[in-house]
Ligand binder design. Structure first.
Ligand SMILES: NC(=O)C1=CN([C@@H]2O[C@H](COP(=O)(O)OP(=O)(O)OC[C@H]3O[C@@H](n4cnc5c(N)ncnc54)[C@H](OP(=O)(O)O)[C@@H]3O)[C@@H](O)[C@H]2O)C=CC1
Ligand SMILES: O=C(O)CCC(=O)C(=O)O
Length: 490
């Protein structure tokens, strides 16, 4: 909560029923720049349950007319939002970089992805939503159609401030739902700019709403709200489980995307330069803050030393700094909390007897003392039962594990509670298929990094990584609609 408001810093409002509205609490929180904690990017509303109630009431009211529009008409709104967002791409990306630290090129790429997601789901408004199924009655017509859930609550994290809210809201809207977004506090200014694009596109009042505030108040309020029919969540396993339990208790539909502990397997016949490139990109881009980030690297014994040497050379060249500076490759952690989490895992790694090969410290020189920076970090002599090999770190930390063969690599790679993404580097078709068949992950990639989800393909995890549902692509229709089976006899 911010007591002293700096005059030259903008205050962002909630968006409820088509209006920018101050919270009933009259309190705001400051959103700070993780590259310089003294810079306030904006103030956002510290909202109350009453604000959420108003947003849900607006969404419920608006849903009646919104669902009656044709899919094509709803799609036209999404096309407009996409064009507006494209026109504001640099501005939105800069806000994202300033709010959560990822580099400006990464933030621009993510904003462009948001635009593409909007266009993809705009097109969905013209695609089929059902099947004709032969009835046993030859004079009847039997078919399926799909109906929206109603009001959807969107609880989003800070690591993809544009892409994740959009890949949840765009399908919600195209299939006729209305939405209430509660963004992560760290990225609420970026979220407000996304919502401005919807407003500028003339989206009808109440169809899209945003309420900022604490997860324990607004997020919990979404879980409990009797008029929210579906909840889509991305974030930690702890909160995700609470969302699932709360939604189940009151009969709401829910969808959870949570953690990962994603492995890369590098076999003796791998293109080692490609494997190094993919390990660095998958593990360290966005400062390792992706649920699909590489964190365990299983390397076959014959190429272990060569791979390690190449990896360390490249890692040592990484420039850590403010994401708005042109030569920066890796920005800060998104928040002080996240930095402390990463540092505590690095400490645990050392205490458990892993060997720190590179990094592990906070760079503080060259103006970085006020930022939440940590060096890219590489451990070896990691056992798969160590905490750093089992728990999601969500930071730029790689654990190298030597293996004798693919069987051992797969057994260890699967020996975690998560199952989100995984990759293998090999030229051998048999090894590729063993990996594709036996790897317990929702996204398996061959000769490519563990991260890098494509918007037109289903995305989600196995085991503790998700609620076993899938997001994105055509899969999104499964969550955001209910099937209605229709039997007609004249
Ligand atoms: N799978 C992924 O992509 C992500 C995974 N994580 C993992 O989670 C760890 C912690 O990150 P963190 O930001 O704390 O993640 P959280 O799970 O706490 O946050 C995700 C979202 O849930 C909200 N939230 C928090 N508490 C509640 C609650 N009680 N009820 C409903 N919603 C709530 C948050 O709001 P608010 O911001 O206001 O707290 C935010 O909007 C990371 O270190 C990482 O391991 C984090 C983000 C994304
Ligand atoms: O790898 C990606 O592109 C997406 C990752 C993701 O969904 C996440 O980190 O939450």
């Amino acid at each position: 909560m911010q007591k002293v408001i700096e005059k030259n810093v903008k205050t962002y409002m909630n968006f409820i029923n088509g209006e920018w509205t101050a919270s009933s609490t009259n309190e705001v929180a400051s959103s700070i720049n993780p590259a310089n904690k003294n810079e306030i990017v904006g103030y956002v509303q510290s909202s109350s349950k009453e604000d959420l109630d108003a947003a849900v009431a607006a969404a419920k009211q608006a849903q009646k007319a919104w669902r009656k529009l044709s899919g094509a008409a709803r799609g036209n709104y999404l096309y407009k939002v996409a064009t507006i967002m494209e026109g504001r791409l640099d501005e939105i990306a800069e806000t994202m970089t300033k709010e959560m630290g990822k580099t400006f090129p990464e933030a621009k790429g993510e904003t462009a992805r948001g635009v593409a997601i909007l266009r993809y789901y705009a097109g969905e408004g013209m695609r089929k939503i059902g099947d004709v199924i032969p009835s046993t009655d030859s004079e009847a017509l039997m078919f399926t159609t799909r109906v929206p859930l109603g009001v959807v609550g969107v609880i989003s994290p800070w690591n993809f401030p544009v892409a994740i809210p959009i890949w949840k809201m765009a399908p919600a809207l195209i299939y006729g739902n209305t939405a209430v977004l509660k963004p992560a506090q760290e990225v609420s200014v970026t979220a407000a700019k996304i919502i401005e694009c919807f407003e500028e596109a003339g989206i009808p009042a109440g169809v899209v709403n945003m309420v900022t505030g604490q997860g324990s108040v607004i997020g919990q309020g979404i879980i409990d709200h009797p008029d929210i029919n579906g909840i889509t969540f991305t974030g930690s396993n702890t909160v995700g489980k609470a969302v699932g339990q709360g939604a189940l208790a009151r009969g709401a539909k829910y969808q959870l995307e949570m953690g990962g502990k994603n492995p890369v397997i590098v076999l003796n016949d791998a293109d080692l330069d490609l494997a190094v490139e993919g390990t660095i990109s998958g593990g360290l881009q966005s400062t390792g803050q992706k649920c699909t980030a590489t964190s365990r690297v299983f390397v076959q014994a014959d190429v272990y030393d060569e791979f390690k040497g190449k990896l360390l050379t490249k890692v040592s060249e990484i420039k850590v700094g403010c994401g708005m500076q042109g030569d920066t490759w890796m920005g800060p952690c998104a928040s002080e909390n996240q930095l402390n989490t990463v540092l505590s895992y690095i400490q645990k790694g050392k205490e458990e007897g892993a060997t720190l090969l590179y990094g592990g410290e906070r760079p503080k020189e060259n103006g970085r003392e006020n930022g939440f920076y940590v060096q890219p970090t590489v451990f070896e002599n990691v056992r798969n039962d160590m905490i750093i090999a089992q728990e999601e770190i969500f930071g730029p930390v790689l654990a190298l594990i030597k293996v004798e063969n693919i069987e051992e690599a797969l057994e260890l790679a699967n020996d975690v509670e998560f199952g989100l993404s995984a990759s293998i580097y090999t030229k051998d078709i048999g090894s590729m298929f063993s990996f594709i068949n036996e790897m317990e992950a929702g996204l398996v990639r061959v000769n490519a990094e563990t991260a890098g989800v494509e918007l037109q393909a289903p995305f989600g995890g196995m085991k503790q990584s998700s609620s076993h549902s899938r997001e994105q692509g055509q899969a999104a229709i499964e969550f955001f609609t209910s099937i209605k089976t229709v039997f007609v006899k004249a």
